[in-house]
Ligand binder design. Sequence first.
Ligand SMILES: NC(=O)c1ccc[n+]([C@@H]2O[C@H](COP(=O)([O-])OP(=O)(O)OC[C@H]3O[C@@H](n4cnc5c(N)ncnc54)[C@H](OP(=O)(O)O)[C@@H]3O)[C@@H](O)[C@H]2O)c1
Length: 285
Amino acid sequence: MGPAILLTGANGLVGFKVLLNALEQGYTVRAAIRSMSKSDVPDITDQKAYHEATKGSYLCHSSGLASSLPSAGPPQTGIYEPNKLVIASSFFANIPFPPNGGKITAESRLPDIPGPFDSMVPAYSAGKIAALNAAERFVKENSPTFDDVNVFPGFVFGTDDRALQVEDIMVSTNRILLGVITGQVAPGAGYVYDAVKLFLHALDVIAPKNIGATVPHQFNEAWDIVKERFPKAAKNGTFTQGKQETIPIGWDAHQTELDFGFKVKIWSDMVVDVAGLYLELPGKF
Ligand SMILES: NC(=O)c1ccc[n+]([C@@H]2O[C@H](COP(=O)([O-])OP(=O)(O)OC[C@H]3O[C@@H](n4cnc5c(N)ncnc54)[C@H](OP(=O)(O)O)[C@@H]3O)[C@@H](O)[C@H]2O)c1
């Protein structure tokens, strides 16, 4: 049996891909999901939510994943207790809102921003900032036996194995990319990444504590990419030009490519993945 992971959010866009990749790589995965009614499975905010699931050779992770590597330490800390906590943070966790153009890396930090908030993005951003700060404060004050690693994805786009029809893609961030190539006009901003790989790399014993997963892109270039790669669908109206503003953000995750020796996916890869998925699935608008 491979090293064990407790994966939370396992039925989400990111979590489900992490689940599939972890199984492929030989990990044993215990996946924590909420039921349809979301009433008979613990809420992540409940302090005792994962007490049972982390017993034995499982590591706890919050909104992402965790792993226990049996060879990594003595039985109590290496096996019984989690030895690595990998947290799905976000590039929103250390970008001032609105962005001021300054350089940001995985080590950048911001103070908590108290509400109230009048729209979703600043509230999400403040929530991610608070979660990051709280996790780091907890580790500093309690010196737990596990290491904590934060992964900072930009907007996450790509194939989605959960999707059976187009409607299923629209519940994830892929809907933002799809908007640009299906004639929708929306405000917003973004950057791209390849987060899933990094969640599993984060389990490496020598992984850095903070891992950026973001590359620059321009949303509206998606239309040119689709015209070039899917000319028939662009011509017959399956795809139509939309509009999505991109706010420039100085997030620099180049260090991740150096640390792990791979190139993160670029915008055209994402566009081709999501447009290809859209073409394959029934239920188009
Ligand atoms: N998608 C992106 O562009 C992006 C970018 C940067 C960072 N992230 C971060 O990556 C993580 C996953 O994102 P995602 O896109 O995969 O989101 P998602 O598709 O919405 O999935 C979220 C998952 O978290 C679970 N969940 C939410 N609240 C919970 C709670 N209180 N208790 C237990 N489970 C809960 C959901 O369960 P239910 O299905 O039961 O609701 C679902 O499985 C999040 O922390 C997000 O902030 C995402």
